[in-house]
Design a protein around this ligand. Structure first.
Ligand code: SF4
Ligand code: SF4
Length: 659
């Protein structure tokens, strides 16, 4: 018995359409390569000062994991993860299968029979089905389910629907061509889907040839369009994952002293330009962005799309600049958008392909600050920090006034193990001073050996760096390091996640902990007894600089769960999806633009849980959310309290709490 196989180029043969097809294939490939070359040249205008290819083995692993198996996406949105797996793997198998067919038809067909042939036909059928299913899910999702992330479309998006339609047409025509061939009497063998469709289609050689030609032409069009449309993400997205940052929570640093921030596209990293091609306009970043949700002009998705559009418009088809002085400001983001960013990191956390929108904004801020064009409120903020070491411009000699009547040890006159870095929020803001005072009693109870710098404490520089004043950050850091050296500080704990973040990730030679870690250890080993029930329904707001920046999601919850009587309820958006309070990146001291402020939105989300306490773990969140709760008129039924205050109430009882 003859091994199963089939006639290659059935119904077409090596006729004129076949040779035309080859000529067009060559043209499509040349157009594709020209587009790739153009973007390669554009990429070369940008900076190359961060090693994006170190630890290559690890990089390849997470590219496979997140770029080809969509694990990151699958665990967040299983349906979307599945959709991408179906589309990508359907596409990959069909492409490889088509290459095999080409080799068999034009070079050597001896291998294309028997078991190999049967597997090939079965896999091609399954891959086609997978691709079709994936595309149907994509269409339903985009045009019927319409998740909120699609609610604000980039105004220049023209090819979303066209790309889906093109792929759908290619896939459907592929099945139709196969089915007509089978309908002619060619054995289907393992091509069971083609066989099923063949029952619905007539055998018509003319129709077959027409559909074969259209199918081939559209497939070639697809190849040619990749670098010029949204389809670029097919190639750019895996490369973007491969070159993701290994910096962790630390901000981008540029060691070249002549670097004055990002003013033109060439001031960005080449990887940012690659990211603009990789962005597939999924809207996940925008959906979680407090600035977008507040109705400001900032959208991290628009940022990436505008960057690509700006480059497209200002470089010719060979990748040569058409004109000098193309500015990022007003082309990719306007002034309001640049300063509306709260540096909450939600965009970067949500982006399935690790785009660094927030870092681009940070570099643009630096460019604006270095040019002396920062808005007046940002200039005031920086002047206040520079002169008084706090964002409000409170006299720096008042920094330790909160501890006046308390027995709080100072570094200058005591032995200590830990430096307590109090931070501006707890030192100067009246509401947060109450928290600091309660913490003193807790620290004394658990017997921590600590001291504060008092008036010698400065500003940690976290938010100064986030508004782009790198020079001032370096000055503050030098001053703080000098103070640490003066008093032999090797370990510190911070009461603000902002300070904790910069000490942990951007300072050297000092071990930084967050205060809740100290408290949690004391609860665990019995030094702090939580005796009194706190009969409250509590929802916890994750501070961005604790959660998304430093991955500390569970520890505050563990503390709350350890307090007897507390019923912990979650807001719909929690942990890595927590919605920012709006106080980061300099916005604590600014009049926030937009028609619905982030703290109001978050207060409503907390109110929706029915909680009577909105628990925070950050002085900035305390300020922002107390304001939001009042503005939303929720303050008669929901209090904003620091986790430290709830611990205090449980440790020392409500009577003492009231004193
Ligand atoms: S860091 Fe936050 S505020 Fe800034 S663009 Fe990203 S999501 Fe928006
Ligand atoms: S930047 Fe990332 S999350 Fe935002 S739209 Fe593009 S791909 Fe999606």
């Amino acid at each position: 018995m003859e091994a199963p196989t089939r006639e290659l180029l059935w119904g077409i043969g090596k006729s004129l359409p076949y040779y035309v097809h080859y000529a067009l294939f060559l043209i499509a490939t040349l157009i594709f390569l020209a587009g790739v070359y153009r973007w390669y040249r554009i990429l070369k205008i940008a900076r190359n000062d961060e090693d994006r290819l170190d630890n290559l083995g690890k990089r390849i692993w997470y590219t496979i994991r997140d770029g080809f198996l969509f694990v990151r996406l699958y665990f967040r949105e299983s349906q979307m993860g599945l959709m991408h797996i179906l589309i990508l793997w359907g596409f990959i198998v069909l492409t490889i299968g088509t290459l095999i067919l080409t080799v068999a038809a034009d070079i050597n067909s001896s291998f294309f029979r028997g078991t190999f042939y049967l597997i090939h036909e079965a896999l091609m059928d399954l891959a086609g089905l997978a691709l079709l299913l994936g595309l149907i899910i994509a269409v339903v999702n985009r045009y019927s389910t319409k998740p909120s992330r699609f609610s604000k479309a980039w105004p220049y998006a023209k090819d979303d629907g066209a790309v889906l339609l093109l792929l759908l047409t290619i896939t459907v025509l592929g099945f139709a061509v196969e089915a007509i061939r089978i309908a002619s009497g060619t054995p289907a063998y393992t091509a069971i889907i083609g066989e099923a469709i063949a029952k619905l289609l007539p055998y018509d050689l003319g129709l077959y040839r027409t559909l074969w030609s259209v199918h081939s032409l559209l497939a070639l069009l697809f190849i040619a369009l990749i670098p010029y449309t949204k389809l670029a993400h097919v190639i750019a997205a895996p490369l973007n994952i491969l070159t993701r940052s290994e910096r962790g929570a630390a901000a981008r640093t540029v060691e070249d002293e002549e670097y004055l921030g990002a003013i033109e596209p060439g001031d960005l990293q080449w990887r940012d330009i690659l990211s603009s091609l990789a962005c597939m306009r999924c809207g996940r970043c925008q959906d979680m962005c407090p600035a977008s949700n507040s109705g400001t002009t900032l959208s991290p998705m628009f940022l990436m799309q505008n960057l690509r559009k700006t480059l497209n418009e200002n470089f010719d088809m060979l990748g040569r600049p058409k004109k000098e002085d193309v500015l990022l400001l007003d082309n990719v983001l306007d002034m309001e958008a640049v300063w509306a960013c709260t540096t909450c990191r939600a965009c970067m956390e949500m982006c399935p392909i690790y785009i660094e929108q927030m870092e681009i904004i940070g570099e643009m801020r630096r460019g604006i600050v270095e040019s002396g064009e920062a808005p007046p409120d940002i200039r005031d903020f920086l002047t206040n920090v520079q002169k008084q070491k706090n964002p409000w411009g409170e006299a720096k000699y008042k920094r330790d006034a909160w501890a006046k009547d308390l027995d709080v040890p100072r570094t200058k006159d005591s032995e200590f193990e830990w430096l307590w870095w109090v931070g501006c929020g707890h030192a100067f803001d009246n509401r947060n001073k109450i928290v600091a005072k309660k913490l003193v009693r807790i620290l004394n109870e658990i017997g921590v050996s600590y001291a504060i710098l008092g008036r010698e404490e400065g500003c940690c520089g976290n938010d100064v760096r986030r508004v782009g004043e790198e020079g001032l950050f370096q000055v503050l850091k030098e001053e703080n390091v000098a103070a640490f050296e003066k008093y032999g500080v090797e370990k510190l704990f911070a009461t603000s996640p902002h300070c904790y973040n910069t000490f942990r990730n951007e300072y050297e030679n000092v071990e930084a902990k967050f205060i809740l870690e100290i408290i949690y250890d004391a609860i665990k080993d019995g030094r702090l007894k939580l005796k009194h029930p706190v009969n409250r329904r509590v929802t916890f707001h994750d501070p961005c600089y604790l959660g998304r920046y430093n991955g500390m999601y569970e520890l505050p919850r563990e503390i709350l769960k350890a307090i007897p009587g507390i019923e912990l309820v979650e807001m719909e958006r929690n942990r890595d999806r927590a919605f920012c309070c709006g106080g980061g990146g300099g916005n604590l001291v600014r009049e926030y633009p937009g028609d619905d402020r982030p703290n109001n939105i978050r207060a409503r989300e907390a109110g929706d849980t029915g909680a009577d306490v909105l628990a925070v773990a950050c002085p900035f969140c305390m300020i922002m959310l107390e304001d939001g709760v009042k503005m939303e008129k929720l303050d008669d039924r929901m209090a904003v309290m620091d986790v430290i205050e709830l611990v205090y109430e449980s440790a020392f009882g409500p009577e003492e709490e009231e004193q």
